[in-house]
Design a protein around this ligand. Structure first.
Ligand code: NAI
Length: 464
C-alpha cells in the first residue's frame, strides 16, 4: 500500500481553501498544494499579511498562518501540482447553467470537465481523483470516461467526497465534522482508494464518523442534505406569514415544535429567506435530475422549496414599501448586512441582493453597511442581475464603512444579515439621526422589539 504524502486541490475557493488548510494542519506529513486559475485569488492566499486571505471564516487565518509554507502551498501552477499529487481533489465551482439545455436548473459542469481533461493529459502515474465539488448524480461516470479515454494509460480511481461544511463555521465544521462521506467503487482498486482517503481523515476524525458508500449514494446524499436543510427554512418561513396574519408568533411556534425530539431545534429560524451558493443550486439540480427521469411529482415537490424562498424575499420588500406609505421613491433605506449569513464575506444568492433590486425598482436609495463586504462586491452583485444599467445601480446604492453614518437621515433600516454586532449598537443614537417615524424591518429576528419600541422605532419582525 502506498503512503499518501502529496495531495493537491484544484479550486482555492470557499471549500478548497478551508478544507485543505485543515488537512494540512492535521496531517503535517502530507504536502498539500491548492491551485487555482485565478491569479488574484492565489496571490491573496499567499499575502504576507494573513488578514488579507480572500475568504473570511472565523479561525481560518490562524490555521493558514500555521501551515502555510510548511506543508500548505497556494499556487497557479496547476500542471505541476497535478503531476506530483497522489490524490487530486476537484473543488471547482459548479454553478447553475445560464445557457442551453437545463438552463436555470442543471449544474454547469464545464469547469469539472476541464479539470478532468487536464488531469488526464498530465498524469504519468496512477491517481485518485476526489470529487469535492457538489455534483449531480452520476458525474463520476463522466469524469471516469474522460480520464480513461484521454489519459496516458495510467489508472484512475474516482471517489465522491462531498463537503458538508457551512460557511461562517467552516473551520469548526471541518475540525469536528458530523460525518465524512466517501463513495467509491466496490472493486478491490476502488476499496483501496477509499481506504487511502479514510487514512487521511482518520488523522483527526474518529473512524465511526467516516461513512463509505457507493459513488451514487454519496453524490445524491449531498444534494439531499441541502434539500432537507433548505426545506426546513422554507417550511418555517411559510408558517411565518400565517403567524403574522393570525397573531401567533413564529419564534414561539418554532420553539414549541423544536422541542419535539423527532423535529429538533436547529434550522427553524424564520427569516427573509435563505441565500448562499448551494441551497438553491443544489435543489434546482435535484429538480432537474428528477425531471430528466420523468418524475414530475418529485420534481415539483422539491421545486416548491425554492418558490417559497423567492416569495419570502419578495414579501419582505413589499412589506417595506407598503409600510412606508406605499412609496419608497427617493427615500433612503439602510441595509444592515449584505452577506448571505453572518461570519462570512460570501454574498452569492444573498437575500439582500433581491430585496435591494426590488426597492431600487421602486426608486429607493439604498445605503448598505456590512462589516465584511466591499462596495465593489455589492455593486457587482446587483449588476449581475442585469435589471438595469450599472450606472443606474451606482446612482441608487451607496455603501458605508460606519453603521451610524449609514443610518443618517434614513427612513428605515432593514436587517438582512444576522451579524452579532447589530444587536450591540447604540440604537438611541441611530434613532436620533433618522427621519421620523423611524422604521426597523428585522429580516432576521435578532433585535429587541421592546427596547426598540421604547426608543420610538416602529419595529416589524418576520412572523409576529
Ligand atoms: P468558489 O467559486 O469559491 O471556488 C471555486 C474555485 O475554482 C474558483 O476560485 C475558480 O477560479 C476555481 N477554478 C474553476 N475552474 C478551475 C480550473 N479548471 N482550474 C483551476 N481552478 C479552477 O466555489 P466554492 O464555494 O468553493 O464551491 C466549490 C464546490 O463545492 C461547489 O461545487 C459547491 O457546490 C461545493 N460546496 C460548497 C460549499 C460552500 O459552502 N460554499 C459547501 C459544500 C460544498
Amino acid at each position: 500500500k502506498t503512503k499518501i504524502t502529496k495531495i493537491c486541490c484544484i479550486g482555492a475557493g470557499y471549500v478548497g481553501g478551508p478544507t485543505m488548510a485543515v488537512i494540512a494542519k492535521k496531517c503535517p506529513h502530507i504536502q498539500v498544494t491548492v491551485v487555482d486559475l485565478n491569479t488574484e485569488r492565489i496571490a491573496a492566499w499567499n499575502d504576507e499579511n494573513v488578514a488579507n486571505i480572500p475568504i473570511y471564516e472565523p479561525g481560518l487565518s490562524a490555521i493558514v498562518e500555521e501551515a502555510r509554507g510548511r506543508n500548505l502551498f497556494f499556487s497557479t501552477d496547476v500542471e505541476k501540482a497535478i503531476e506530483e499529487a497522489q490524490i487530486i481533489f476537484i473543488s471547482v465551482n459548479t454553478p447553475t447553467k445560464t445557457y442551453g439545455k437545463g438552463k436555470g436548473k442543471a449544474a454547469d459542469l464545464k469547469y469539472i470537465e476541464l479539470c478532468a481533461r487536464q488531469i488526464a493529459k498530465i498524469s504519468k502515474d496512477d491517481k485518485i481523483v476526489v470529487e469535492k465539488s457538489t455534483l449531480p448524480v452520476r458525474t463520476a461516470e463522466a469524469i471516469k470516461s474522460i480520464l480513461d479515454n484521454t489519459g496516458n494509460g495510467v489508472q484512475f480511481q474516482i471517489l465522491s467526497n462531498p463537503e458538508f461544511l457551512a460557511e461562517g463555521t467552516a473551520v469548526t465544521d471541518l475540525l469536528h465534522p458530523d460525518r465524512i462521506l466517501i463513495g467509491g467503487e466496490s472493486t478491490p482498486e476502488g476499496q483501496e482508494a477509499i481506504q487511502a482517503l479514510v487514512d487521511v481523515y482518520s488523522n483527526w476524525v474518529p473512524e465511526e464518523k467516516i461513512l463509505t458508500t457507493n459513488v451514487w449514494s454519496s453524490e445524491l446524499s449531498k444534494l439531499t442534505a441541502n434539500a432537507f436543510l433548505a426545506q426546513r427554512i422554507s417550511s418555517i418561513n411559510a408558517l411565518s406569514e400565517l403567524c403574522e396574519k393570525t397573531g401567533a408568533d413564529v419564534n414561539e411556534v418554532a420553539k414549541a415544535i423544536g422541542m419535539d425530539s423527532r423535529i429538533g431545534p436547529k434550522f427553524l429560524k424564520a427569516s427573509v429567506g435563505f441565500g448562499g451558493s448551494c441551497f438553491q443550486k443544489d435543489i434546482l439540480n435535484l429538480v432537474y435530475i428528477a425531471k430528466s427521469y420523468g418524475l414530475d411529482e418529485v420534481a415539483d415537490y422539491w421545486e416548491q422549496v425554492i418558490i417559497m424562498n423567492d416569495y419570502q424575499k419578495k414579501r419582505f420588500s413589499t412589506k417595506i414599501t407598503q409600510t412606508l406609505y406605499n412609496t419608497v421613491a427617493d427615500k433612503k433605506i439602510t441595509f444592515f448586512g449584505w452577506a448571505f449569513k453572518k461570519d462570512t464575506n460570501d454574498t452569492r444568492e444573498s437575500a439582500a441582493i433581491y430585496v435591494a433590486d426590488d426597492l431600487i425598482a421602486e426608486q429607493a436609495k439604498i445605503a448598505v453597511y456590512d462589516p465584511k463586504v466591499s462596495k465593489e462586491k455589492i455593486l457587482a452583485d446587483l449588476d449581475y442581475l442585469k435589471t438595469r444599467s450599472p450606472e443606474e445601480n451606482t446612482a441608487s446604492l451607496s455603501s458605508y464603512q460606519n453603521p451610524y453614518e449609514a443610518c443618517q437621515e434614513s427612513h428605515a433600516i432593514a436587517v438582512l444579515t444576522e451579524w452579532d454586532e447589530f444587536t450591540t449598537y447604540d440604537w438611541q443614537k441611530i434613532y436620533d439621526s433618522m427621519l421620523k417615524p423611524a422604521f426597523v424591518f428585522d429580516g432576521r429576528n435578532i433585535l429587541n422589539k421592546t427596547a426598540l419600541e421604547t426608543i420610538g422605532f416602529i419595529y416589524q419582525a418576520i412572523g409576529s
